[in-house]
Design a protein around this ligand. Structure first.
Ligand SMILES: NC(=O)c1ccc[n+]([C@@H]2O[C@H](COP(=O)([O-])OP(=O)(O)OC[C@H]3O[C@@H](n4cnc5c(N)ncnc54)[C@H](OP(=O)(O)O)[C@@H]3O)[C@@H](O)[C@H]2O)c1
Length: 269
C-alpha cells in the first residue's frame, strides 16, 4: 500500500527496538498510518533496510538511528534526536531482552544492562518526549512491558522486577497527565509469549510452551493501537492472558508463588 502525506499533516514516531519483533511490527503499523519514523536499535543494517522499505512502500520519511540504549552516549543521542524532532507525536519504548538463570548465578553486568535499558532508558526517553508533548497538548507514549510484570518466577527476578516497575511508572505518568488535564496518552503493553527473536536472543527454547500461548507481533501491536484509540492504560493482548492476569490478582500470593515454583520446576526437568 502506498500513501502520500502532505507536509503540514505529518506526524513522527520514534520506536526503540525496531530492528526485529514487536518494535518492527510497530514500525510497520505506524508507517501504514502515515507516520514518519525514527527507528532505534543497535543493528544499523536491519534498521536501514526496514527504513528504506517503509519509506518506499508508504511514502513516509524513515531514518535509522543505531545506538546502544544501555550506554549513556547512545541514550543521549536519542534524547537529542527527540529534541530536534520538536513535534514527536508517538514514542514506543520497546527495546528489551530477557536473561536466564537464578539471580545469584547470573552475570551481574547483564542484570545491570537490563535495568539500564528497561528502567533508566525508559525514564529518560519518556521525559524527553513528555515534556514536549505536554507543552503541545498532544502525543502518545507506549511502554512495552510483559505479563511477567504481574508475578515473579524463578530465574527471572530482574526481568519481572523491571517490567513491574514499567507498569507502575506508566500508571504514575497516566495519573500525572490526568491531574494536569493533559490529553497526552500513555499505555503500558503487557504481551504474553510472542513470536519474535526474543527467545533466540535469550537462548530459551520454545518447545515447552504450547502453541495456543503464542501470539504474532502484528496481533500484539494491533491490540496496543486499538487500546490506545480507546484510551486504555493497561493492554494485555489475548483472552488467555487476561484470564491469567485476573487469576494472579485474585489468588493469594503464596498460591501464585507456589504455582510459579511448580511450573518452573517442570520446565527445568
Ligand atoms: N517475545 C516475547 O515473548 C515477549 C513477551 C513479553 C514482552 N516482550 C517484550 O517486548 C519487547 C520487544 O521484544 P521482542 O519480543 O520484539 O524481542 P526481539 O525480537 O529480540 O527484539 C528486541 C529489540 O530490542 C533491541 N535491543 C535490545 N537491546 C538493546 C540495546 N541495548 N539498545 C538498543 N536496542 C536494543 C533489539 O535490537 P538490536 O539487537 O538491534 O539492538 C531488538 O530490536 C521487549 O521489551 C520484551 O521484553 C516480549
Amino acid at each position: 500500500m502506498t500513501s502520500t502525506v502532505s507536509r503540514g499533516a505529518r506526524r513522527t514516531a520514534l520506536v526503540t527496538g525496531a530492528s526485529s519483533g514487536i518494535g518492527e511490527a510497530y514500525a510497520r503499523h505506524l508507517a501504514a498510518r502515515g507516520y514518519d519514523l525514527i527507528l532505534v536499535a543497535r543493528r544499523q543494517d536491519r534498521l536501514a533496510k526496514l527504513a528504506d522499505e517503509l519509506a518506499r512502500t508508504h511514502g513516509v520519511e524513515a531514518e535509522a538511528l543505531a545506538v546502544d540504549l544501555t550506554e549513556e552516549a547512545g541514550l543521549g543521542k536519542v534524547e537529542e534526536r527527540i529534541a530536534r524532532a520538536g513535534d514527536l507525536d508517538f514514542l514506543v519504548n520497546n527495546a528489551g531482552f530477557g536473561t536466564r538463570g537464578l539471580f545469584f548465578k547470573a552475570d551481574v553486568e547483564e542484570q545491570d544492562r537490563m535495568h539500564r535499558l528497561h528502567v533508566l532508558g525508559v525514564v529518560r526517553l519518556c521525559y524527553a518526549a513528555l515534556t514536549r508533548m505536554v507543552t503541545r497538548g498532544k502525543g502518545s507514549v507506549v511502554n512495552v512491558s510483559s505479563v511477567a510484570a504481574f508475578a515473579q518466577s524463578p530465574g527471572n527476578a530482574s526481568y519481572c522486577a523491571t517490567k513491574a516497575w514499567m507498569n507502575s511508572f506508566t500508571e504514575g505518568l497516566y495519573l500525572d497527565l490526568a491531574a494536569f488535564g493533559s490529553p497526552v496518552k500513555v499505555q503500558v503493553l503487557c504481551p504474553g509469549y510472542t513470536l519474535t527473536e526474543f527467545h533466540d536472543a535469550t537462548g530459551i527454547g520454545r518447545d515447552h510452551i504450547p502453541a495456543g500461548w503464542w501470539a504474532s507481533a502484528e496481533d500484539v501491536v494491533a491490540a496496543s493501537l486499538r487500546g490506545l484509540s480507546r484510551g486504555k492504560l493497561f493492554v494485555v493482548p489475548g483472552l488467555r492472558y487476561r484470564f491469567y492476569v485476573f487469576l494472579i490478582k485474585v489468588l493469594p500470593g503464596f498460591v501464585v508463588r507456589s504455582l510459579a515454583l511448580q511450573i518452573r520446576g517442570k520446565v527445568r526437568r
